[in-house]
Design a protein around this ligand. Structure first.
Ligand SMILES: [Zn+2]
Length: 249
C-alpha cells in the first residue's frame, strides 16, 4: 500500500491510541475500578442515611410544632367551657376538645416514631462510617498509586500527539481535510477494513468491514495499487486492506 492510505491507516491507529490514553488519564484505571465502584456505592449509602437522619429530625420537629398548636387550641377550648350557655354549645366544645386530645396523641406517636427511626438511622450511619474508614483508606492508597502512574500516561499522550502531527503533515491539505471531515462524520471511526468473504466459487467477493456492503473488485485493485482514498459505496468509510489481504494477489 502506498499513497495517502499509507499515512491514513497509521494516523487512525495513533488517534485511536491517543483517545484511549486520554480516556485513561481522565478516568479511573481498570485495576482500581472495582474499588472505585465499591467506594462510590458506600458513599452513596452514607449520604442516604444522613438524609434519613435529617428527614426524621424534620418529622419530629413538625410533630412537635403540631402538638404545640393543638395544645394551644385545647387550652382555649377548656377556658371557654365556663362561658357556654347552651347544651348544644357545650356538646360542640366537648367534641372539639376531644378532637384536639386525639390529635395531640397521634402527633406524639408520630414524633416518637420519628425519634426511633432517627436513632436507628444514626446507629446504622455510625456503623457504615466505621466500616467505610478502612475502605476509604485503601481507596486513598490506590488513588495515590494511580497519581504516580499518571505522568507515564501523560508522556504517552505527548508522544502520540507527536506521531499524529507527523502523519498529518504527510497528507496533502485536500486529503487531510477530507480525512478530518470523515473522522467527524463517523464519530472518530472513519476507516473500514476490506474483508474477503469465504467463497467456494472462483470469483472472489470483498465486503466492507464496517457495513458488510459489497466492495467492487476494481476498488480493491485501486486501493492495493495506488493507496488512494476509496469510500465504501454504502457507509462512506475509507476502505483499507488489512496486512493479510494486502499481501494476496
Ligand atoms: Zn461500508
Amino acid at each position: 500500500m502506498s499513497g495517502p492510505l499509507e499515512s491514513i491507516v497509521p494516523l487512525q491507529n495513533a488517534l485511536d491510541q491517543l483517545h484511549a490514553a486520554e480516556e485513561q488519564l481522565n478516568g479511573i484505571p481498570e485495576w482500581m475500578s472495582e474499588l472505585h465502584g465499591e467506594h462510590s456505592e458506600r458513599l452513596a449509602e452514607i449520604a442516604k442515611l444522613e438524609e434519613a437522619v435529617e428527614a426524621a429530625r424534620a418529622e419530629r420537629r413538625s410533630a412537635e410544632g403540631e402538638i404545640a398548636d393543638a395544645q394551644e387550641k385545647l387550652k382555649r377550648y377548656q377556658q371557654q367551657i365556663n362561658q357556654v350557655s347552651t347544651q348544644r354549645e357545650y356538646g360542640a366544645l366537648l367534641h372539639e376538645i376531644d378532637t384536639m386530645k386525639r390529635q395531640i396523641q397521634s402527633c406524639e406517636e408520630l414524633g416518637l416514631a420519628a425519634m426511633e427511626s432517627r436513632e436507628q438511622a444514626e446507629k446504622d450511619l455510625e456503623e457504615q462510617r466505621q466500616a467505610f474508614a478502612d475502605l476509604d483508606q485503601r481507596y486513598k492508597t490506590e488513588l495515590e498509586k494511580w497519581e504516580a502512574e499518571k505522568p507515564a500516561v501523560a508522556e504517552r499522550i505527548e508522544r502520540l500527539n507527536g506521531t499524529v502531527a507527523t502523519l498529518r503533515e504527510r497528507l496533502s491539505p485536500g486529503v487531510l481535510s477530507q480525512f478530518n471531515r470523515l473522522f467527524e462524520r463517523h464519530g472518530g471511526h472513519p476507516l473500514a477494513a476490506v474483508r474477503l468473504a469465504d467463497s467456494s466459487r472462483d470469483q472472489r467477493m470483498w465486503h466492507c468491514g464496517g457495513c458488510n456492503y459489497r466492495v467492487r473488485p476494481q476498488s480493491v485493485v485501486e486501493i492495493r495499487t495506488s493507496g488512494s482514498i476509496v469510500l465504501c459505496d454504502s457507509c462512506k468509510r475509507v476502505l483499507f486492506l488489512p496486512p493479510e489481504q494486502e499481501a494476496e494477489g
